[in-house]
Write a protein that binds this ligand. Structure first.
Ligand SMILES: CC(C)(COP(=O)(O)OP(=O)(O)OC[C@H]1O[C@@H](n2cnc3c(N)ncnc32)[C@H](O)[C@@H]1OP(=O)(O)O)[C@@H](O)C(=O)NCCC(=O)NCCS
Length: 230
């Protein structure tokens, strides 16, 4: 059964009241569901998703640039427990969603948000799509939905992605979503037994809220600062 609740219920005092969203009231999981996109459902991760998520994240081409490689169901369960304990937009805590193809009801990937520990209005984002379903625009659609939620229904100020510069599909994905390349850190991460570079891409709330045409017309150098709020 779905009940409307104030967003304040989830975010405590940090979010202005007045926003109303739907929470799916399931046993032990009073969590929200993001407005569905045209082809996808974006829902909080649950215990029941563990097997599929482990399968997708174990595929070598999927895990190559990913830090989180759950091997056992209990790892997923403990993340779900933490999500339930901390709620959405808890500083320093990943909150993971599943991505389901509406038409077939197949779970085809996941996406996550990670508010930074020092200020939860800055949110890191990650996404994974099962290779069988890649290059169909699904990651673009899922992250678009997630950003719409973050920027239009919460007080998120900035969304960013930390990407291995060799991960071309991921760079292309975030470029398409109008993220700006902000930094290329050289050998800044010890990852899978080697030093690797880290590309930081980001977008601000005021940029996301600009109409697409106005954004495209703006020189890249001006996209980050001095934009009149809409
Ligand atoms: C990155 C990833 C999520 C993209 O998912 P996807 O559903 O295939 O992405 P989309 O279909 O929405 O495509 C987005 C853009 O990336 C491009 N793209 C997708 N796969 C590509 C590839 N293998 N090579 C080059 N470009 C690619 C698409 O063509 C599209 O750009 P376009 O519209 O200009 O053609 C997917 O490749 C993946 O799960 N990779 C493994 C996990 C990972 O590394 N995640 C990123 C962590 S930050």
């Amino acid at each position: 059964m779905t009940y409307p609740f104030l967003l304040e219920f989830c975010f405590g005092e940090l979010v202005p009241t007045g926003y109303v969203i739907s929470f799916l009231i399931l046993p032990q999981t009073p969590l929200l569901s993001i407005t569905p996109s045209e082809r996808l459902l974006i829902q909080p991760l649950t215990y029941a998703d563990a097997k599929v998520i482990i399968r997708i994240r174990s595929i070598p081409e999927v895990s190559r640039y990913q830090g989180w490689e759950p091997k056992e169901e209990k790892e997923i369960h403990s993340l779900v427990d933490k999500m339930n304990d901390c709620g959405l937009l808890a500083p320093g805590q990943w909150f993971q969603f599943t991505i389901t193809e509406k038409e077939t009801q197949r779970l085809i990937g996941d996406c996550g948000i990670h508010p930074v520990a020092s200020d939860r209005r800055q949110v890191d984002i990650g996404v994974t799509i099962d290779p069988q379903f890649q290059k169909m625009g699904y990651a673009t659609e899922a992250i678009h939905s997630l950003l719409d939620f973050l920027f239009k229904q919460t007080d998120t100020h900035r969304a960013s992605a930390s990407i291995d510069p060799r991960n071309e599909p991921s760079i292309r994905l975030f470029e398409k979503l109008r993220f700006r390349k902000e930094a290329h850190l050289v050998e800044s991460l010890w990852f899978k037994d080697e030093w690797v570079d880290d590309l930081i891409m980001a977008i601000l709330r005021k940029e996301w809220l600009l109409p697409n045409k106005a954004f495209q017309a703006m020189p890249v150098s001006l996209r980050s600062a001095g934009i009149a709020s809409t």
